[in-house]
Design a protein around this ligand. Structure first.
Ligand code: ATP
Length: 225
């Protein structure tokens, strides 16, 4: 069976993340593992710490059949506190665990797919996993893809969800799901600015953010020169 991983900073998890995870679960008929990224080494976390972000994820998936939290990137950071964490390593770790034949897939938003050429060893990722992509406002997939990305993706698109379970890696599948406008950056901005934000995250997540007084600090803005 296809194993589907949804990586992200989730700082914090919001309703857009959840809608996409549910859509992927329903459309592909497989569980979705939400995989929070570790904090970058030697730097204070920008919003909440990895442990706080993962806790918010636990609260968000508590009553969600087929969604769970996978802390492997946090565990790796504990083992190697000085190393930055890369998706290619996570996939290699998964392959070492599960073997070469198991179909693996990464779920991501269109903005992440457009940014793929900046990822470490990005072309090798297709030899390790499929990609499942959700459209996102402001990140058009149909035209204007950077040439090197368009070239690499061209022969990989499939509209068959079954095809993802029939091969271990290498395909690209686009979810059919309405656009979700939520963004973690916007939620952090709203919290710091005292604007309405609770409707953008699950209720239990909102309560925990408020209880732990997360994201109240305004992100530093450059002062006058
Ligand atoms: P930020 O607003 O700071 O960029 P984010 O909302 O994108 O944060 P991430 O944790 O970076 O949150 O996102 C994890 C993954 O979820 C990424 O692949 C991202 O593209 C995707 N994603 C997040 N929000 C949406 C959305 N509204 N629609 C589609 N994909 C999304």
């Amino acid at each position: 069976m296809l194993q589907l991983f949804y990586g992200g900073t989730f700082d914090p998890i919001h309703n857009g993340h959840l809608a996409i995870a549910r859509a992927a679960r329903n459309e592909l008929q497989v569980p979705v593992r939400l995989m929070p990224a570790a904090d970058p080494p030697h730097r204070a976390p920008p919003g909440a710490s990895a442990l706080q972000r993962a806790h918010l994820l636990d609260l968000a998936v508590e009553d969600e059949a087929g969604l769970c939290v996978d802390r492997r990137e946090l565990s790796r950071a504990e083992r190697k506190p000085d190393a930055r964490s890369y998706t290619i390593e996570t996939l290699r770790e998964l392959r070492a665990e599960q073997g070469d034949a198991v179909p693996l897939a990464l779920l991501m938003g269109a903005d992440s797919l457009l940014g793929l050429p900046t990822w470490r060893e990005w072309r090798s990722l297709f030899g390790l996993a499929h990609f499942v992509v959700a459209d996102r406002p402001g990140s058009p997939l149909d035209d204007g893809l950077p040439a090197e990305l368009a070239e690499t993706l061209a022969a990989r698109w499939t509209s068959s969800s079954e095809a993802l379970g029939d091969a271990p890696s290498g395909l690209l599948y686009r979810l059919s799901h309405p656009l979700q406008s939520e963004s973690a950056t916007e939620i952090r901005r709203r919290i710091a600015a005292g604007e309405a934000w609770r409707h953008l995250v699950p209720g239990r997540v909102a309560q925990a953010i408020a209880d732990e007084r997360l994201y109240l600090e305004r992100a530093a803005t450059p002062g006058p020169l």
